[in-house]
Design a protein around this ligand. Structure first.
Ligand code: HEM
Length: 125
């Protein structure tokens, strides 16, 4: 697969992953029944798996790797943080205030990952 197709796949998965996280946050805060739909529970896993596979393939094709190149280390660690904050927001938070806090925090981390991706630098200034 060409680098450009791979990168487009990676960026599309990132955009869909964010859109699904955003929507699930809204639905969970509204107590919407949409959260219980089968596709809403399955799609994020498929998209996030593709996001990760394309990330690994991209890293191999440019020969830069997490724990070797600082910007990819930052991306990888921030991705873990995004997953933890996101799970708290959607699964473990006990009340609405905590859910909103973690939902917003996860989005801030997502924004940081996009900035790191664009700048190829872990610190944005
Ligand atoms: C939520 C997680 C992620 C998001 C939102 C994301 C977003 C992006 C975006 C927007 C780009 C295109 C940047 C540009 O060329 O302007 C990109 C490229 C890339 N990403 Fe990710 N990414 C994520 C996770 C990861 C992870 C975990 C890795 C590796 C461990 C990774 C490795 C790469 C690589 C190698 C490129 C290609 C950079 C280049 O063109 O030279 N990404 N990512």
């Amino acid at each position: 697969m060409s680098f450009l197709i791979l990168k487009s796949l990676h960026m599309s998965c990132a955009a869909i992953s964010y859109a699904l996280f955003f929507l699930r946050g809204i639905w969970s805060l509204n107590g919407s029944g949409l959260m219980r739909q089968r596709w809403v529970r399955i799609a994020p896993h498929i998209v996030d798996t593709l996001l990760l596979i394309s990330a690994i393939a991209l890293a191999y094709s440019i020969e830069q790797y997490p724990f070797v190149d600082a910007w990819l280390t930052a991306k990888f660690l921030a991705l873990l943080l995004y997953i933890v904050l996101g799970s708290i927001a959607l699964k473990y938070a006990r009340n609405k205030t905590v859910r909103i806090f973690f939902w917003l925090a996860a989005q801030a981390v997502f924004g940081y990952i996009v900035l790191v991706a664009i700048n190829h630098k872990p610190f944005i200034n």
